[in-house]
Ligand binder design. Structure first.
Ligand SMILES: *Cc1c(COP(=O)(O)O)cnc(C)c1O
Length: 403
């Protein structure tokens, strides 16, 4: 990583010193802008790790599935990872010639023939799903895996993002394995899969791998691959790449397995923006509010779900600069608040604001609650040119609601 890229906050490194208004001021708001150069920067980092270690990186499409950018990412990935049939099909069709891996909490009988058609690696959540669908998938020549639960929580706080929390429905524990994995079922397996991390550093992976070894180390030498899931924050400045590479090469040597990693976030971290306009400012007691034409609930749902405070160009923490505002969307939801931000100048209706790190879990997760319009999607090409990928209108709101 070049240090020069990060003389500004990472979320705005892709602007290369230009102001949002200079670059995007002519675009209709709200709109997302995907940053090709930052996607390539992230892709190159992960491809370099793959080259040095011999591991394979997959794109977890649930975080980023703007397929117009797949040709760029195709240079850096071994394939795509899907959460079910539709994403598997998207990967197969939009990233042709690459591997298609799928993991789903539970497959449906009516869908499974199509899953087999599109995916080459199929991961099951439970021994019973493996027993139900594994034989047909195996007969079709697919590589099969089981998601394990190493019961090793490495995250603080919310269990919303902890698949190892007590009572979790995600993955097979050692006790479940011992109770249900017959020799016939084990014979169907080519690999194991675990996904237990979320925005974490490699130390959490190292801790998890110890638990994996303790509980499932006995079976790994008989298998071909180990998929270490997503949640590796590989492209975040300060991530310990050397420790990640040690984790990968240690697993390769110890168990003679191919190692897969399937991050989502890391591919498109800091590789997109959400442009918005201030619609109104008001004061309630001591709180100054700016109403904007985007919504946390509709356009950046993880702001509320995670929760987190997205970076905003030119702003500071509350109180850091002279004028502090609570930014929120125009919807009915009292909690549709993006966060408290401070500015050098007072905000006014018509002001143009730019949120950073908006390529992940946004375009693929947004909604039209309250009849909110969906933001258009633009791409900032490496040449500096802006291209509109899609605009949305009333019909997009309408067509999901009836005939
Ligand atoms: C969510 C998820 C990923 C991607 O996670 P990120 O946090 O976006 O890296 C990968 N694999 C599985 C099974 C997931 O559920």
């Amino acid at each position: 990583m070049t240090t020069s890229l990060y003389t500004v906050p990472p979320a705005f490194a892709g602007l290369h010193g230009k102001t949002p208004k200079e670059l995007f001021g002519q675009l209709p708001t709200p709109c997302y802008i995907l940053d090709e150069a930052m996607l390539r920067h992230n892709g190159e980092m992960m491809a370099a790790i793959a080259k040095r270690t011999g591991c394979h990186f997959l794109l977890a499409q649930k975080a980023f599935s703007n397929y117009d950018l797949y040709p760029l990412l195709a240079d850096y990935v071994s394939g795509t990872e899907a959460s079910g049939l539709y994403e598997a099909r998207l990967g197969a069709e939009k990233m042709p010639g690459k591997e298609v891996h799928v993991y789903c909490g539970a497959y449906k009988e009516t869908q499974f023939p199509e899953v087999i058609r599109y995916a080459d690696h199929i991961v099951f959540n439970s021994p019973s799903q493996l027993a139900k669908f594994g034989p047909a998938a195996k007969a079709a020549g697919r590589s099969l895996g089981l998601r394990i639960n190493p019961e090793c929580s490495t995250q603080e706080g919310t269990s919303l993002y902890d698949p190892c929390a007590p009572g979790s429905r995600l993955g097979t524990t050692r006790a479940q394995w011992d109770a249900h994995m017959t020799a016939d079922l084990i014979a169907l397996l080519d690999g194991l899969h675990f996904h237990t991390l979320c925005e974490q550093d490699s130390s959490a992976l190292a801790t998890t791998l110890k638990a994996v070894e303790e509980k499932f180390g006995f079976i790994l030498p008989q298998l071909k691959w180990l998929n270490m899931g997503g949640g590796h924050h590989v492209t975040r400045p300060g991530y310990d790449l050397a420790e990640l590479e040690t984790c990968i090469t240690t697993a390769q040597k110890k168990w003679h397995v191919e190692v897969y990693l399937e991050p989502g976030e890391a591919w498109a971290l800091n590789a997109g923006y959400l442009a918005t306009e201030v619609l109104d400012v008001l004061v309630n007691g001591t709180t100054h509010v700016a109403m904007v034409d985007t919504s946390a609930a509709c356009h950046m749902p993880d702001v509320i779900e995670m929760p987190y405070r997205p970076p905003l160009y030119g702003s500071g923490e509350a109180g850091e600069q002279s004028y502090t505002y609570r930014l929120g969307g125009p919807t009915c939801l009292a909690g549709d608040v993006i966060g408290d931000y401070s500015f050098a100048q007072p905000l006014q209706p018509g002001d143009f604001l730019l949120f950073g790190d908006m390529a992940i879990y946004t375009t693929c997760k947004n909604n039209t609650f309250n009849g909110m319009p969906l933001p258009a999607i633009y791409v900032l090409h490496e040449t500096g040119q802006l291209e509109c990928l899609h605009t949305f209108g009333y019909k997009d709101f309408l067509y999901r609601l009836g005939k």
